[in-house]
Ligand binder design. Structure first.
Ligand SMILES: *Cc1c(COP(=O)(O)O)cnc(C)c1O
Length: 371
């Protein structure tokens, strides 16, 4: 069999070398490579407008942004969250000295089910940490209302939700803090990077201090046990370039998603998450559910791999199943919808430059794998 070209699940968006080199060239004159330099400041300014949020703090990566956010709560508190996410969400809660309490997701969008949140609240609960998985936006209205009623904070893991709007408002205008990831594989990237958007200036100051060892002002006192998690000028410059191309990339991603939905429409045993009419999507991921009554998702993934088409079991396993969280004694059967999703969902190759020929190859590989 002739070796065939592989189609990978993602490919990072990059500006031209010329554009990036032009953006970073003045760093050789200023010699300022980090510490909230001009690129960092400029990117923060652009993102405030772009994301429609009052405050944002940039980080070395999204994970450390989440850790910073959770570190603002008194250690020992409980955080109600979803196990159907990337391990980072759960790790950040634990590393901030808090205890994750796993709550199930709803079956259509795979986001935290607000109707189950209230039952999980105890006197120790300090926050709710929902995740906009795949860019599927949570029921923010319901979640924020519960938080308000019980005087809890909401920290959204918006790693997948960059640039999305809900009824015209930026997705990070909900809750108290929202973390965006700018990892190479995300819709908007700075190589490694992230940002935490927040609703008030006090939070912004605390997050700024946390990422700078806890110093509130340079040379001043250290009041919080912070870390070093500042974004470098090289990463911020990458962000400035990629942001210029975000809109055009979105058009291409939307087209890729439409082609997939169209090509695979009516194939028995698989389905897509329903589109959210109130959400301006960012087309970050295209999850496909392989109904376990008919097919085995893992077999489908490996049969596609054999054809040079690489999908991803995303998310598998549940974070509550990882060895490092055994001490929590969380039973995956207690979150049956999340458990089922982790056994049924795969995400298809998706990036702006994925050609129609490649989309067709992916669809053919999937259909063949189902035979
Ligand atoms: C990518 C991701 C993170 C972590 O972001 P990094 O920038 O890679 O540190 C956290 N949560 C989710 C859901 C993610 O997909």
């Amino acid at each position: 069999m002739p070796s065939q070209r592989q189609i990978y699940v993602t490919k990072p968006s990059m500006p031209s070398k010329e554009e990036y080199f032009a953006e970073v060239s003045d760093l050789w004159e200023t010699g300022i490579l980090t510490h909230s330099g001009v690129k960092h400041q400029e990117l923060e300014r652009h993102l405030l407008k772009f994301l429609d949020v009052p405050y944002i703090t940039l980080f070395t990566n999204g994970h450390l942004g989440l850790e910073a956010a959770f570190s603002l709560f008194p250690a020992g508190g409980e955080v109600i969250t979803t196990p159907f996410t990337f391990v980072s969400t759960t790790l950040a809660i634990v590393r901030a000295g808090l205890t994750p309490v796993f709550c199930d997701i709803e079956p259509e969008q795979y986001t935290l089910d607000p109707s189950l949140v209230e039952k999980a609240i105890t006197p120790n609960t300090v926050a709710i940490a929902p995740v906009h998985v795949y860019g599927n936006v949570c029921d923010c209205g319901a979640i924020d209302a519960i938080a308000k009623a019980y005087n809890l904070k909401v920290v959204y893991d918006a790693a997948h939700a960059f640039g999305e709007c809900v009824d015209g408002a930026g997705v990070a205008t909900f809750g108290d803090m929202s973390m965006f990831s700018f990892h190479a594989t995300k819709v908007f990237n700075t190589g490694e990077g992230g940002g935490v958007a927040c609703s008030d200036g006090t939070l912004k100051r605390k997050l700024d201090a946390w990422k700078y060892y806890g110093f509130e002002t340079s040379g001043g006192d250290v009041e919080v046990v912070g870390a070093n998690a500042k974004m470098t000028e090289f990463a911020a410059a990458m962000g400035l370039c990629n942001l210029r191309h975000f809109a055009e990339e979105q058009v291409k991603r939307a087209h890729v998603c439409a082609c997939y939905r169209n090509n695979l429409n009516g194939v028995a045993g698989i389905h897509f998450c329903p589109e959210q009419p109130h959400v301006q999507s960012n087309y970050a991921y295209l999850p496909v559910t392989i109904e376990s009554e008919l097919y085995c998702r893992d077999v489908v993934v490996s049969r596609m791999d054999d054809q040079g088409v690489h999908s991803r079991k995303y998310f598998y396993p549940l974070t509550s199943e990882y060895t490092c969280f055994e001490y929590l004694h969380a039973n995956p059967e207690d979150t049956p919808i999340a458990l089922k999703a982790s056994r049924e969902v795969l995400t298809l190759p998706l990036y702006a430059d994925l050609s129609e020929d490649d989309i067709n190859r992916v669809c053919e590989a999937l259909v063949k794998a189902l035979r």
